[in-house]
Design a protein around this ligand. Structure first.
Ligand SMILES: Cc1ncc(C[n+]2csc(CCOP(=O)(O)OP(=O)(O)O)c2C)c(N)n1
Ligand SMILES: [Mg+2]
Length: 623
C-alpha cells in the first residue's frame, strides 16, 4: 500500500519557473468540461468572481481540481488561507470594499464549523459572499470507510442556515447550474448576505453522462432594488419642509463615490445635520460643517444633544434606530416612540429571521421607505431639482452648535519617551492619514471618534458587525486585496487580542503579494473585558483592582513582531511613543507603496479614549 502511494506521488513545484504569476498551473492543454465539479466551476467562472478563498479538503477535491486544472486557477483565483475563519473574513473584507461577492470553499462539516463565526459576522455586515462547501458522498455505498462517514452530515447547511440568506445541495450537475445562478442572484440582492452551496462529493467526482447546458448568466442577474413610490418621496419632502431641525442618521450606505456625492448634496440641499456611526463604513465627510458631532457607536454627549434637538430624523438604514433613541433620550423601553417625526429608509426587514436578533429593536416610524437608501437620496434630489428648491443656507436652529473638529486636536505626549495612550496613538494615525489616500480596513474598540476624519467612501470599512474578535486580520487583508491596484494604502488597526486570534491570516497576504499595513494597538490585554470586570466588581462592591485577571495577554509577553515577520511581513522593534509611531508609519508606507507588507507593534497604556484625553479610562495598572 505504501509503495503504491509513493508511486502515485508526483513531483510538484510551488511556483512556476516563469514567475508570471502566483500559483499558475502547468500543462493544462485544452481542458474539457467532463466532470460534475467542472460544471460548478464553469458557472462560477461566468459570474465574474475574481477570487475563491479556501482551506483545502478532500470533500471538495473534485471542485478543487476543476478550479486548478479546468479553470486554470483564474477567475476565480485561489486565495489559500491557514484557517477557514480567515477565508471567510478575507471574503468579508473584500466584499465590504467592492460590494461584490468573493467565493469561498470550505471543507465538509469541520471546515464549515471553523468558518461559522465569520459567516455570522458577514451576515451582520450585510456582505455578499458565495460559499461552496461539500459533504458525502451522499450515496453511502460510495463512501470511503471512516473519513467520509465522519465528514458527511445530513443537512450540513443547518450549521449556518440561521445566518445565511439561502442554502442548497444540488443533486445533479444540471441542478448545480441553477443553484449557482440562484446563489449569485440572492447574495447580490440587497440586503446582501452570504449564501451556502453544499456540493455532494459524489456529484463532484462523477463523470458527465449528459450534455449540460449553461445559459447566459446575464439573464439571471439580480433586479435593482425597489424604487420609492412617488407618494412616499412627496411625504418625506413635506416632513422635511415642516422640520425646524432635521437630522440624517447615515447608516449602511454604498461605497460608490457618486452616491457619496449625492448624500452630501442632499444634506446640504435640505440643511440637515448629519450623524455617522463608527460601526459602519464611512458614509459622509466627517469634517463637513453639517457633521457636528464626531462619529460614535453609542451616542456621545454631542450626538445625544443633536438627537434631542432634532424634530425630524431621516434614517438611511441606521443600524439600531430604536436603540439609539433609547440610549440618547433615556426612555425605559425601546418601543416608546421618540417624540419626533421619523423617516426610515431600509430594505433590511426582508432579511430578518427568528434566530438572530441582529435586526435590532423595532422602531416607530412615520414615513417607512422600503428602498435602497442611496436610491432614495437620488429620488429625493431629483424631486428637489425638479421643484428648483433653493439650497438651505443655514438653519437658525443650528447656529452656535460647536463642531467637533473646531478645536485643534493633538497627541498629548509626543516624544516624551513614555508609553502612548490610545488617544495619542489615534491622533498620530489621524495626522498620518490626513496626507494620504488611506483606507482604514478596521479600527479597534475604544478608538476615539475624534480620530475618524474621513473624506470618502473608502476611508473606512467599518468594524466587525457581529462583534467577532479574530476577524480583524482577515478583514484587513480582504480589503487590501480589493484595493490592490488603486494606489490606496490599506491599514488595519487592530487590538492585540484581535490580531493574535487571527494572526495566521497574514501569511495569505504575503503569499498573494498583497500590499498592506497592520498596526496593533498593543495594550497586552483583552482590555474591553477588563472594563466589564471592573464594572461588575464595582456593582458588587468587590475589589475592582482584580479586573486584569483572566484578561491580560502578558507573562510571557507575546512577540507580535516575530509573528508578523515569520509570515513574510517587514517590521521593526515595537514603538512606544507617538513620535516613534509617526516615523514607523512613514517607513511602513514607503514599503507598502512598493508592494510590500508592514507590521507595527504600537505599545500603548491600557485604557480607552472614547471622550478625549481627559476622560480616558484608568491607567489599568495591575494593582
Ligand atoms: C470571538 C469572540 N470572543 C470573545 C469576545 C469578547 N470580547 C469582546 S472585545 C474583547 C477584547 C478584544 O481585545 P483586543 O482586540 O486586544 O482589544 P482591546 O479590548 O484590548 O482594546 C473580547 C475578548 C468576542 N467579542 N468575540
Ligand atoms: Mg488589547
Amino acid at each position: 500500500m505504501k509503495a503504491e502511494i509513493a508511486r502515485r506521488t508526483v513531483e510538484t513545484k510551488t511556483r512556476p519557473s516563469d514567475k508570471s504569476g502566483i500559483d499558475r498551473p502547468e500543462n493544462l492543454g485544452k481542458p474539457q468540461m467532463k466532470w460534475g465539479s467542472d460544471v460548478v466551476a464553469e458557472v462560477t467562472r461566468r459570474l465574474d468572481l475574481k477570487y475563491i478563498a479556501l482551506v483545502p479538503g478532500a470533500s471538495y477535491r473534485g471542485f478543487h481540481d476543476s478550479i486548478v486544472n479546468y479553470l486554470g486557477n483564474s477567475n476565480p483565483q485561489m486565495v489559500i488561507c491557514l484557517h477557514e475563519e480567515h477565508a471567510v473574513s478575507i471574503a468579508d473584507g473584500y466584499g465590504k470594499v467592492t460590494e461584490q461577492p468573493m467565493a469561498v470553499a470550505l471543507h465538509a462539516n469541520v471546515g464549515l464549523m471553523h468558518a461559522s463565526m465569520p459567516i455570522f459576522n458577514a451576515w451582520c455586515d450585510r456582505t455578499p459572499m458565495i460559499i461552496f462547501g461539500a459533504t458525502g458522498p451522499v450515496d453511502a455505498h460510495r463512501r470511503r470507510p471512516w473519513i467520509d462517514w465522519i465528514h458527511t452530515a445530513k443537512d450540513q447547511a443547518a450549521i449556518v442556515r440561521d445566518y445565511t440568506k439561502w442554502d442548497d445541495q444540488p443533486a445533479s450537475p444540471q441542478a448545480a447550474v441553477e443553484s449557482v445562478l440562484r446563489a449569485n442572484q440572492i447574495t447580490r440582492s440587497a440586503p446582501y448576505g452570504p449564501v451556502y452551496i453544499c456540493l455532494d462529493a459524489g456529484l463532484q467526482e462523477a463523470p458527465l453522462t449528459d450534455e449540460v447546458l449553461i445559459p447566459d448568466a446575464a439573464r439571471f442577474a439580480p433586479a435593482p432594488s425597489p424604487a420609492v413610490p412617488h407618494a412616499s418621496v412627496l411625504k418625506a419632502l413635506r416632513a422635511i419642509d415642516k422640520a425646524k431641525f432635521p437630522l440624517i442618521l447615515m447608516g449602511r450606505v454604498s461605497r460608490k463615490q457618486a452616491d457619496w456625492d449625492r448624500r452630501v448634496r442632499f444634506a446640504e440641499a435640505i440643511g440637515a445635520a448629519v450623524l455617522t456611526s463608527s460601526n459602519d463604513p464611512s458614509a459622509f465627510p466627517t469634517t463637513h460643517a453639517l457633521h457636528f458631532a464626531a462619529p460614535c457607536l453609542r451616542p456621545s454627549k454631542a450626538a445625544t444633544a443633536l438627537i434631542e434637538k432634532a424634530d425630524l430624523i431621516i434614517s438611511l438604514d441606521w443600524l439600531d434606530l430604536a436603540g439609539v433613541f433609547r440610549l440618547s433620550l433615556g426612555t425605559a423601553q425601546t418601543q416608546i416612540p421618540a417624540d419626533k417625526t421619523i423617516i426610515h429608509c431600509s430594505v433590511d426587514s426582508i432579511r430578518t429571521n427568528g434566530w438572530s436578533m441582529d435586526h435590532q429593536a423595532l422602531a416607530a416610524v412615520d414615513v417607512p421607505v422600503f428602498a435602497d437608501p442611496d436610491s432614495f437620496v437620488a429620488q429625493m434630489l431629483d424631486e428637489l431639482d425638479a421643484k428648483k428648491t433653493p439650497k438651505v443656507k443655514a438653519r437658525t436652529e443650528m447656529k452656535g452648535i460647536a463642531h467637533w473638529n473646531a478645536a485643534p486636536l493633538a497627541a498629548s505626549s509626543p516624544g516624551r519617551g513614555e508609553p502612548m495612550s490610545l488617544w495619542d496613538m489615534a491622533m498620530t494615525m489621524r495626522e498620518f492619514a490626513k496626507k494620504r489616500a488611506v483606507t482604514f480596513a478596521r479600527l479597534p474598540i475604544g478608538w476615539p471618534g475624534e480620530a475618524y476624519e474621513f473624506d470618502g467612501p473608502l476611508s473606512f470599512m467599518g468594524n466587525d458587525g457581529g462583534g467577532a474578535v479574530g476577524t480583524g486580520p482577515g478583514h484587513t487583508i480582504g480589503a487590501a486585496l480589493a484595493l490592490k491596484d488603486t494606489g490606496r494604502l490599506t491599514i488595519g488597526v487592530l487590538g492585540d487580542g484581535d490580531y493574535l486570534m487571527g494572526v495566521s491570516a497574514l501569511w495569505t497576504a504575503s503569499h498573494l503579494e498583497i500590499p498592506v499595513m497592520i498596526v496593533v494597538a498593543d495594550n497586552r490585554s483583552y482590555f474591553n473585558d477588563e472594563m466589564h470586570q471592573e464594572r461588575v466588581a464595582q456593582m458588587r462592591n468587590r475589589p475592582a483592582q482584580n479586573r486584569w485577571i483572566g484578561q491580560r495577554i502578558d507573562d510571557p509577553r507575546v512577540d507580535l513582531v516575530a509573528m508578523a515577520r515569520a509570515q513574510g511581513f517587514e517590521s521593526e522593534a515595537p514603538v512606544t511613543t507617538a513620535e516613534a509611531l509617526a516615523k514607523a508609519l512613514k517607513r511602513g508606507a514607503e514599503i507598502v507603496a512598493k508592494g510590500g507588507r508592514y507590521f507595527i507593534d504600537s505599545v500603548i497604556k491600557p485604557g480607552y479614549a472614547d471622550s478625549g484625553p481627559d476622560q480616558r479610562a484608568g491607567d489599568g495598572k495591575k494593582n
